[in-house]
Design a protein around this ligand. Structure first.
Ligand SMILES: NC(=O)c1ccc[n+]([C@@H]2O[C@H](COP(=O)([O-])OP(=O)(O)OC[C@H]3O[C@@H](n4cnc5c(N)ncnc54)[C@H](O)[C@@H]3O)[C@@H](O)[C@H]2O)c1
Length: 537
């Protein structure tokens, strides 16, 4: 319910206007934000890159959620601009796919280095435009750098298996080839990393991409694309290998329906992802879905509570609850329930004074991203109270400029209430008492989403139960760490309504390639498999 409301209010934020005449009040002109110019951003930016920067669509004003002020403007894509991107990307694919994978890896390595050079200003931009605190924003850029490193190694190790053939004089092997053009649609909350996860692997696999970022983080997308462009240009590679198409739902829908986009990698809400999945399937395209989460930590009776509380503070309140992996449910053993709720409330109280401007070093929690998210938070808190929930801590919007709320702990709601089973993208955690681990696992698994989960325990047997067939049904199954903060290397993604996609590590490269099973006969005679005799031979 709150998601629907969020979406309708969000659209109010996307004020599409003619280019503003008097733009002197834009934050980009404030020397405090000089890092924006270090990234090549201006008051008015072009949001479409197809090898050339040209856009004819509506103008989007990008706001800082910390103060509601306009940072700068970005001209988004028109339908014709999208078409130009798709055509240019396809054209660029021919030469890109012919480059040996290690040469493509070398380009991705250089992108990693170019990101290292711009780490600080790019992190600052993410912090200003998305609202996460600077250390987390820098971490997000570092994730892109790490995935470039991973992709570089992959470019020299992309496998292909040879199987023993049952036929003499035959070779049976698997050959992996690039897909072609890939559409990448990303969410607001990881405006750099999620593109990086997809782009770096897709590039070494020999694919080109058309990226449609969230229309509330368009400046970050322009800055990232400029960094990638600088490397492509230096190496005489067509820019459309990494095309950018800033836009809203309209451009997203074009990508989803476009048969030229062999894979659509979509990161966002479950509601939109479900439509995307169905539409892409309708044309028998491939999809990679990274959707919503409703993540739980189980606190066992024997949990190390110091460790748990340290983890839970970041997991529940960090990023103002705007990670897909944020902990939204704490399933706490009855023996330690009261202690955990009381100590967590104290920990939350300790960070309230450190909610504020995400660019300041003392800040631990920044704002929500939009006024719509603020409304979603208020609505969920009000509904929880109406349904008999108790606000143990927080529950209020902070009266100051920007979209700030208190991290919130709610007790007293049934484990299976619709509110508890819904992802509200804000720092709200429900505490639920459990009699034992089995019940905790049952509650963990009863929500529609299946992204991340964690148990805090010192018991080896419980750990193996948790990671086994009757344990957590999520894609990420942690022990004694928060549900959030994944590292590059392991596959990232979730089951059920989280979409089933995997990115960023392990064998997720397979998403970006097609597999051919090849049988080569060098025997000089035709032999059928299974020794079948056909005709009179
Ligand atoms: N599982 C993951 O890896 C992961 C990572 C980050 C965020 N998320 C999820 O994303 C959500 C928050 O992000 P959001 O608010 O930006 O999500 P959203 O679903 O509102 O938007 C995501 C993207 O889809 C585009 N879009 C909207 N309608 C579309 C349509 N009909 N067709 C194609 N594209 C369309 C948007 O413009 C945006 O670029 C949360 O649910 C969060 O859990 C998941």
């Amino acid at each position: 319910m709150s998601r629907v409301l969020c979406r309708s209010v969000l659209s109010l934020r996307l004020i599409r206007v003619p280019m503003a005449r008097n733009s002197s009040s834009f934050l980009i002109e404030d020397p405090k934000y000089s890092f924006l110019k270090e990234l090549g951003l201006k008051e008015k930016n072009v949001g479409v890159f197809n090898g050339k920067w040209e856009a004819n669509g509506p103008v989007i004003q990008s706001y800082s959620p910390a103060n509601g002020k306009i940072i700068a403007e970005v001209q988004a894509a028109s339908p014709a601009d999208y078409e130009a991107c798709a055509v240019a990307a396809q054209e660029a694919w021919h030469s890109w796919a012919e480059l040996p994978a290690p040469s493509r890896g070398e380009i991705v390595r250089q992108i990693g280095d170019a990101l290292r050079e711009k780490l600080q200003p790019l992190g600052q931009l993410v912090s200003l435009e998305m609202g996460k605190i600077l250390p987390e924003a820098l971490g997000e850029v570092v994730e892109y750098i790490h995935v470039c490193d991973l992709a570089l190694g992959l470019s020299r190790t992309l496998p292909g298996t040879i199987f023993p053939s049952e036929r003499p004089g035959h070779v049976l092997l698997e050959k992996w080839n690039p897909l072609g053009a890939v559409g990448i649609i990303t969410a607001f909350n990881f405006p750099v990393a999620v593109f990086g996860w997809n782009s770096a692997l897709a590039m070494v696999c020999g694919d080109v991409s058309v990226w449609k970022p969230s229309d509330t983080t368009p400046l970050t997308a322009v800055a990232v694309t400029r960094i990638v462009e600088s490397v492509l240009e230096k190496n005489n590679i067509p820019g459309a290998v990494a095309a950018l198409c800033v836009g809203g739902k309209d451009i997203g829908e074009k990508i989803v329906k476009d048969e030229r986009m062999k894979l659509v990698s979509f990161t966002g809400s479950t509601a939109v992802g479900q439509q995307v999945g169905v539409e892409v399937q309708r044309r028998f395209g491939r999809h990679l879905l990274e959707l919503g989460g409703n993540n739980a930590i189980i606190v066992n009776a024997d949990a190390n509570l110091d460790l748990l509380l340290n983890a839970a503070l970041f997991a529940c309140a960090g990023t103002a609850g705007q990670r897909c992996t944020t902990t939204r449910r704490l399933l706490i053993h009855k023996k330690v329930y009261s202690e955990v709720v009381s100590r967590l409330s104290k920990a939350f109280a300790g960070v309230v004074s450190r909610i504020g401007d995400p660019l300041l070093s003392e800040t631990l929690i920044g704002p929500l991203h939009t006024p719509a998210a603020l409304e979603g938070y208020k609505k969920t808190v009000a509904e929880a109270v109406k349904q008999g929930g108790k606000i143990e801590f927080g529950g209020k919007v902070i009266e100051r400029e920007g979209y700030f709320v208190e991290p919130t702990i709610i007790t007293g709601l049934p484990h299976d209430s619709p509110l508890v089973k819904t992802e509200t993208f804000a720092p709200i955690v429900y505490c639920i008492e459990i009699p034992d681990l089995d019940t905790g696992i049952k509650y963990n698994n009863e929500v529609e989403q299946g992204l991340s989960s964690s148990v805090f325990t010192e018991n080896l047997g419980d750990i193996f139960k948790w990671i086994g067939p009757h344990g957590s049904d999520c894609g990420i199954v942690n022990v004694n760490i928060p549900t959030n903060g994944a590292e590059v290397g392991g596959a990232f993604g979730g089951e059920k309504a989280t979409g089933g996609g995997r990115e960023c590590g392990s064998d997720s490269w397979k998403n970006y390639m097609r597999r051919s099973t090849v049988t080569i006969n060098y025997s000089g005679t035709i032999k059928l498999a299974q020794n079948i005799k056909f005709g009179d031979e």
